[in-house]
Design a protein around this ligand. Structure first.
Ligand SMILES: Nc1ncnc2c1ncn2[C@@H]1O[C@H](COP(=O)(O)OP(=O)(O)OP(=O)(O)O)[C@@H](O)[C@H]1O
Ligand SMILES: [Mg+2]
Length: 234
């Protein structure tokens, strides 16, 4: 249903910048999946990397964009030192193709800009420029996984808007569940039809995970009139 052009338009509207620079080519659209969470440290980055490797093994062309503007660490988890990071892209020093690094199993990735203060408050032009760079990946990849920082920041919301679907990670911790719900509330208010798929990570048992998935689903339907999808548990 949602196509790349539509996504980009909605971001542009959201950002109130002119959309002349964002004229996506519709041939061969990549599937854009944003992985996010309410609370930090619930396993987003580990799940993103493993999902990427699994998809790549299935023969799909996969790229990961680490857009954590605070504590980016995908390069550390990959065990690879990268020449360029998100910072080089945001500053406009290099384009998206130059800043990608080869990861395991043919997975390409963009390393985040760890601890760089200026990235915490991206202005509209920078964010717009970044998103138009992402649209350049559209024809070259089948799946674009966007690993975000936790929480309800505007940057994170922009990447949620940009995605065809959102994978929301929580753990069984009560604070993680409450924060996940807060994020669902925010997303559902902005976009009633966004697809959100929930994963419970670090579950003690199948039953615990299913309880959490069922509760979140019921509460979202009841209080937000929003339908969640249960993706699974780890
Ligand atoms: N299923 C799991 N079993 C055991 N440990 C896990 C599991 N998932 C994640 N972890 C551990 O939890 C910690 C946080 O994981 P990770 O960095 O992937 O979370 P994150 O959501 O990306 O964090 P941040 O919000 O800081 O980006 C790491 O030490 C990781 O090894
Ligand atoms: Mg992370």
């Amino acid at each position: 249903m949602s196509d790349q052009a539509e996504k980009l338009r909605s971001i542009v509207n959201n950002l109130n910048i002119p959309d002349r620079t964002l004229e996506p080519d519709r041939s061969g659209s990549a599937r854009v999946v944003t992985i996010t969470s309410g609370k930090g440290g619930v396993g987003k980055t580990n799940i993103t990397i493993n999902l990427a490797i699994a998809l790549s093994k299935m023969g799909l062309r996969v790229v990961i964009l680490d857009v954590d503007f605070g504590l980016a660490n995908i390069d550390v988890l990959m065990g690879i030192t990268t020449k360029y990071t998100l910072v080089d892209l945001i500053r406009g020093d290099h384009n998206i193709f130059e800043v990608l690094t080869d990861g395991p199993n043919n997975v390409k990735f963009l390393s985040g800009g760890s601890g760089v203060e200026e990235l915490v408050q991206l202005d509209r032009r920078q964010l717009g420029n970044f998103i138009s760079n992402i649209s350049l990946l559209d024809k070259l990849y089948d799946v674009i996984l966007i690993d975000t920082g936790a929480g309800l920041s505007r940057n994170v919301m922009s990447f949620v808007q940009a995605a065809d679907e959102v994978i929301l990670i929580t753990t069984p911790e009560p604070t993680a569940i409450t924060d996940a719900y807060a994020l669902i509330k925010l997303i559902s208010r902005k976009n009633k039809h966004k697809t959100i798929k929930v994963i419970v990570n670090k579950a003690e048992s199948q039953r615990e995970a299913n309880d959490i998935l069922t509760k979140l689903t019921l509460v979202s339907e009841r209080f937000l009139a929003f339908k969640l999808q249960k993706l699974g548990y780890i």
